[in-house]
Design a protein around this ligand. Structure first.
Ligand SMILES: [Ca+2]
Ligand SMILES: [Ca+2]
Ligand SMILES: [Ca+2]
Length: 198
């Protein structure tokens, strides 16, 4: 029990730095497991039990790290990155539950971001675009395609593409995210994560 508890605490500490909390100060979290009552309802976990499936891992920790809080066998919930071109919004979806939605800038009319179902094919904390001569931080490349998801690009002279473009399709096909959400998505998504563009 002691050892188990200790490793769980370590997991919580390491998870807290890399993953966003699933509860904010304003949310009610009756069983103090790091998952708000509202999210407990969406994930169908017990809001009065911090470890619904009794596997030793709290509901909040399981959701933060992508595990199924209803199954004690360490199975994972499906992650999907959903993109709404019309709304210029990207959502992180875990097991059908939206964890967060962020403003993006996708391809302009002459170079639109193509609709379809893709997967993340490669990741790089700071990718270089040879074609456009700029840095693309927190790069998530689309498998087999020449576009990806990344933070607002940075030119070699240090100029950062404006955040005021978020919400407006101005890119050359890539999906731009703001400072903050880009890093968060990069840490959350794995190679193979599904990307649905509509
Ligand atoms: Ca809770
Ligand atoms: Ca709970
Ligand atoms: Ca559990």
């Amino acid at each position: 029990m002691g050892k188990y508890y200790f490793s769980a605490v370590l997991l919580i500490l390491s998870a807290a730095s890399a993953f966003p909390a699933i509860v904010s100060a304003a949310d009610v979290d009756a069983d103090k497991d790091g998952l708000s009552d509202g999210y407990e309802q969406q994930f169908k976990t017990d809001p009065a039990n911090p470890d619904t499936d009794s596997d030793g891992y709290g509901d909040g920790l399981e959701v933060m790290t992508g595990f199924d809080p209803l199954k004690a066998d360490r199975s994972k919930l499906e992650k999907v990155i959903k993109l709404d071109l019309q709304k210029q919004e990207l959502s992180r979806v875990l097991g059908g539950v939206v964890l967060g939605t962020y403003k993006v800038s996708t391809g302009k009319k002459s170079m639109p971001t193509p609709k379809g179902i893709y997967t993340v094919g490669n990741k790089s904390p700071k990718a270089w675009s040879k074609t456009y001569g700029l840095w693309m931080p927190y790069w998530l490349g689309i498998q087999g395609r020449r576009f990806g998801i990344h933070e607002l690009p940075i030119w070699p002279n240090g100029y950062r593409e404006g955040a005021n473009h978020l919400g407006i399709p101005v890119s050359h096909g890539c999906i731009r995210l703001g400072i903050g959400p880009a890093k968060l998505l990069y840490n959350w998504a794995e190679i193979g994560t599904e990307v649905v563009i509509n």
